[in-house]
Design a protein around this ligand. Structure first.
Ligand code: 6GU
Length: 223
């Protein structure tokens, strides 16, 4: 079973996401164990202080190294753990990484915050800093949930046949073809006739062409 530990200053943000849909089912079925850890539980003072002003001046606060070092040591124990940190300056998350990390036994995600995290955390504790894209968010919690979602659905046995992986976007180096369901005519908008024909080969060819066209138009960088 894959174990994912998440270290955060906002532990309450996670439960609605982790306790719904496929992530919930994956945990119920013992495909993955996800544990949330409050960084403040590892603070050393009575104010449970996790951040301080940056040396050298400037705006914002920086997460201090002590509580994070203490937490990571405790959480890891004697296990071998891949340590990720969410950070806008990290390498951009990609399906390939999700696939690789879905093979791990133990993952720890440190949620970055404020202006940043003391650089010694990255130096000594972090294997990979990950961003989810070129825009700035208020914190690393949403990115951590995105990593978890993308990774967990790739763990063997998490998705059923119905939710098959093969045809989806990025798997074949292109975007997915368009989908239709009933009704065949919705307010005059008709489903392409080929899809109603029952000619499986021709349908396959049509879908491949659609995927190609769509990728060329929306994401030529993938081709
Ligand atoms: Cl990982 N963190 C924050 N704060 N902002 C981001 C991000 C991460 N990835 C994209 N924007």
């Amino acid at each position: 079973m894959l174990t994912i530990d998440i270290l955060t200053i906002f532990p309450g943000m996670f439960s609605p996401i982790l306790n719904a849909s496929i992530l919930k089912r994956a945990q119920d079925n013992k495909k993955v164990c996800i544990r949330i850890h409050d960084l403040r539980d590892y603070t050393l003072d009575k104010h449970r202080k996790v951040d301080d002003r940056p040396f050298g001046g400037g705006p914002g606060m920086v997460l201090m190294p002590e509580p994070i070092f203490k937490a990571v040591k405790k959480i890891k124990g004697r296990r071998k753990v891949r340590v990720l940190m969410t950070c806008p300056g990290g390498i951009t998350f990609h399906q390939r990484m999700a696939k690789r990390w879905a093979q791990e036994k133990n993952i720890l995600i440190i949620c970055g915050h404020y202006e940043g995290v003391d650089e010694r955390v990255r130096q000594k504790l972090v294997d990979t800093s990950v961003s989810i894209g070129d825009y700035v968010l208020t914190g690393g919690e949403l990115p951590a949930m995105i990593l978890v979602d993308a990774i967990v659905r790739l763990v063997p046995g998490v998705l059923g046949k119905e939710e098959s992986l093969y045809d989806e976007s990025f798997e074949q180096g292109r975007l997915e073809y368009p989908h239709y369901t009933r009704p065949a005519d919705f307010q005059g908008l008709k489903v392409p006739r080929i899809l109603l024909s029952g000619h499986h080969r021709q349908i396959q060819q049509w879908r491949a062409r659609q995927a190609e066209t769509r990728t060329r138009r929306q994401r030529p960088d993938l081709l």
